[in-house]
Design a protein around this ligand. Sequence first.
Ligand code: NAP
Length: 235
Amino acid sequence: MLKTALITGGTGGIGEAICRRLAAEGYTIIINYSRSHEKAEALAKELHGTALCFDVADSKKTADAIRNAGRIDLLVNNAGISEIELFTHITPEKARRIMEVNLWGTMNCSRAVLPSMISQKSGCIINISSMWGQCGASCEVDYSASKAGIIGFTKALAKEAAPSGIRVNCIAPGFIMTEMNSRFSPEDLELIREEIPLGIFGEPRHIADAAAFLASDHAEYITGQVLAVNGGMII
Ligand code: NAP
């Protein structure tokens, strides 16, 4: 049977790679985005999928959009934002927005897909956290807290949803070359690269491979786990 996957933030570096990989695996793809309309439409056309605009931080709009989208077998909660700023300097508005998009957005989308997954007695949710959610990052305190929250959310929801045949897992990417990291200077990038035991930056396809594995039957006995994809940066 054809399966449908909703990927939030499907227009970003990692999200696009996940969309492409899951489409290649045979999924019908729904690409969520909040601003990148043209990119979402072009990708949806190429992958014979659908583009779906909603702000994951808005619980009502998220619930309405997902209800109208029809059956969803796989949800990848990938939409995310970050800010590099001292905890004592970041405005409460920016800090709140990070939590609302990253953590609350993950919870909004999960809450919206779960009723139909529960009645189907099957489903899979993959949350994109971060290595900083595992070990914390200076100057990304709010981001780290949001990503640590995603790990706690994953573990708890995995327990609650397992009796309904739903698996919930988490990927904790390391440093992946995307727009999110474009603010680093070449000098900073070199210092970061030296900290990576495998000696290279991650690519979006590394996260897409991990997502495809967790979504597949090869992971049918895996739930509530955090899969670190970071070149050995955090062990
Ligand atoms: P990116 O290229 O900046 O893409 C971010 C995506 O999120 C875009 O598609 C964006 O869509 C979407 N988005 C942002 N706010 C949204 C909202 N309110 N509602 C719906 N969509 C929204 O980032 P990325 O590097 O691919 O990161 C993807 C995920 O991986 C994020 O959760 C990030 O925290 C996590 N991650 C990344 C790294 C890394 O090194 N890159 C490491 C660890 C974890 P629009 O353009 O339409 O707003």
